[in-house]
Design a protein around this ligand. Structure first.
Ligand code: AN0
Ligand code: CP
Length: 320
């Protein structure tokens, strides 16, 4: 595996899940694989889970790890070609990327959507430059449009907790005060479409996800109806994807608190588990009661981030 971006990069999901449980049983099984190999983790944005779990995954595999917070101590980077660099940006990404590539064997990058331009975000302008110019395998640690390490961890969690062969999984939009990316719901939809689950998406009108991720998934605009009989509720806010109206891209169109996941919603499910990728704003996305209930999986999900990252880095090391 040279790039980890889409569900298709990981191949057969049953094989990937088998590997995940093998690693969960013995997370140091492949600790010789990464000896004298270096993982470089580049963060253009904040992180708690991705930073810690990916670093831990690399250490499970015996790798050395370098973490760089681009905004804390590195030179301010220009990303556009052709710009006269007479402003506050001292270095161009076109030099910085091959330089970073010199010091490592694998590169992970976190770079969120900027919401300035839908086309640039959806073309993955920053991550594609890392793929093109670093000379090293690149794994996405949440890009403008995807968060595959999260979706893989979520799939592992659903596999562990499901009580039916084909559980009903509902991805639900929920309110949030600030504009958030579509990366988490995009990847979750992409991975659930590929998994053996009954997948339903619910969101207010105007929040339609990009067809390349949501595919032919069932969309139900009535949130309570979508929740009926569900086995897993996956809550997440996202800003307007701009599919129906490109001018609305990245906007907060609605903060309707009726969409906050509370006990009233959970009561119509089949005693569903609650999921969220974290960080979560309590009593905006989900009530204290629901996130604290025994059916809340937010901590096991976060724990599985170490497992998904270990599988992905292992595959990349094996392909070096
Ligand atoms: C980010 C997002 O919604 O994409 C990261 C989630 C893993 N969340 C925030 O910025 C709060
Ligand atoms: N879920 C997740 O990716 O969390 P962080 O933003 O803290 O890495």
């Amino acid at each position: 595996m040279k790039v980890f971006q889409h569900v298709s990069d990981i191949g057969d999901l049953n094989v990937a899940l088998k590997e995940a449980f093998e690693i969960k049983n013995d997370r140091f099984k492949y600790q010789e694989l990464g000896r004298n190999k270096t993982a470089l983790l580049i963060f253009f944005n904040n992180s708690l889970r991705t930073r810690l779990s990916t670093q831990k995954a690399a250490m499970n595999l015996g790798m050395n790890v370098i973490v760089l917070d681009v905004n804390q101590g590195a030179w301010k980077l220009e990303t556009e070609r052709g710009v006269i660099m007479d402003g506050d940006k001292s270095e161009h990404l076109l030099e910085a990327i091959p330089v970073m590539g010199c010091y490592c064997d694998l590169i992970g990058v976190r770079s969120f959507a900027t919401f300035q331009n839908r086309k640039d975000d959806y073309e993955e302008k920053i991550l594609n430059q890392f793929i093109k110019y670093s000379g090293k395998p690149v794994f996405f640690m949440e890009s403008a449009t995807v968060h595959p390490l999260q979706a893989f961890a979520d799939l592992i969690t659903i596999e562990e907790y499901k009580k039916k062969d084909r559980p009903k999984v509902v991805l639900s939009w929920a309110p949030h005060p600030k504009a958030l990316p579509q990366a988490v719901p995009n990847s979750f939809a992409e991975w659930m479409n590929a998994a053996d689950v009954d997948f339903v998406v619910t969101h207010p009108h105007g929040y339609e996800l990009d067809p390349q991720f949501v595919g032919n998934a069932r969309v139900e605009y009535d949130q309570m109806k979508a929740f009926e009989g569900a086995d897993f509720i996956y809550a997440k806010n996202w800003s307007c994807p701009g599919v129906t109206n490109p001018d609305d891209y990245g906007k907060v169109l609605l903060k309707d608190m009726n969409w906050t996941v509370d006990q009233r919603h959970m009561d119509v499910t089949d005693n569903a588990y609650f999921m969220h990728c974290l960080p979560v704003r309590r009593n905006m996305i989900v009530t204290d009661d629901v996130i604290e209930a025994p059916t809340s999986l937010v901590i096991p999900e976060a724990a599985n981030r170490e497992i998904s990252a270990t599988v992905v880095l292992k595959r990349m090391l094996q392909a070096l």
